[in-house]
Design a protein around this ligand. Sequence first.
Ligand code: AMP
Ligand code: GLY
Length: 422
Amino acid sequence: MKVLLIGSGGREHALAWKLVQSDLVTELTCAPGNAGMAEIAAVAPVAADDLIGILALVQSLQIDFVVVGPEQPLALGLVDMLQETGVKVFGPTQIAAQLEASKAFTKDLCRRYNIPTADYGVFTDLTEAKAFLKTMTPPYVLKADGLAAGKGVVLPETLSEAEAELEEFFSGKFGEASNTVVIEEFMEGEEVSFFAICDGKTAVPLIGAQDHKRAFDGDKGPNTGGMGAYSPAPVFSEADRETVMETIILPTLHGMEKDGHPFTGVLFAGLMMTQEGPKLIEYNCRFGDPECQVLMRRMQSDLMELFMAAEAGELDKAPAPAWFDDTVVNIVLATKGYPGAYEKGSAIKGIDAANDMDGVVVFHAGTKSEDGQLLASGGRVLNVTAQAGTVRAAVDAAYKAIDEAIDWPEGFCRRDIAKAAL
Ligand code: AMP
Ligand code: GLY
């Protein structure tokens, strides 16, 4: 089967690494891909949000099956477009992708189908929003309804700060994304990322992982896309996984089907493990980055087989995916300055030496190859993953690869990934 994978991040390098191990994949092309993906698959210079370019590529390469990594092409309707032309694709339609693209859509679905989540109100009017705010207790949770590159959530400590934020939201702080604002009750607990593969009718559970969203050690600094991840997460037990399937994932799928827009693809539930049990913070309709990298390293089963079963609506016949018991950690190396402004073009050395170390696999994100040199070309640049029998051994192996093999003075990483599990 000729497969096209859309995307260029660490998540997509990990998906590509897993897909090329499948006997079902005869040829893999990545668009646009990165320098690491170019070492294991073909790459084509078509941007992930260039729907017309992707369609042309699918036709010229006679692609059999498309896998979509990031959310933008899903929200733009790539899946709908490919389905109309008869191409098989793994991912949700534009309407189903509302689960990520609109927080109000998801909250209303939760309310209608009794899915545990924070209490909330949805507003398009500043005066009404301010009145609701006064009924809440601090810290306040304000969210732009639409996609805001992970930045559309603020947690002000005081009412006056929250009111000022609301005014900014409604004056276009996040463009159209904040024309509608969700105000939520604050939930206390540990956060877990959980994933399930869905075929519109049913879902197969994958596993949970913990992400580190802040830029610096001790959860300090600005929010990022994610600075590291590990799995298994001790705060997320097998019983929790079953509870989440029963109370959150399956009711969501059944609700989506009943409402006339069945969800096919990866459902990524951002969960808060509260005193009253797991509650939904938000959905994403794609794999997490950097969580996907640890999931792919822990997965024993054939990923392509799972994607094909989901696309065909036959997940009920697919065997449950098998997993390595080992811990996998992923430490993100980012360019100094990220998530703010940073320089591009610094040289990176030592990736091969890192990959030669026991249990270590390096996935690329923002990298490019120029005149035989590997250069940084983005904010998050490398993902150093390590697999071992204990959390301690996995953490030590990953940091050893960073400290002793990789030579990139312009990069930085957090030094406390997986600390909570140690
Ligand atoms: P979201 O983009 O909805 O995942 O929100 C970003 C981050 O804000 C989450 O990862 C949480 O750390 C935090 N957050 C969002 N909603 C809540 C909530 N209702 N209670 C506590 N923290 C929240
Ligand atoms: N790591 C969180 C995300 O992918 O949204």
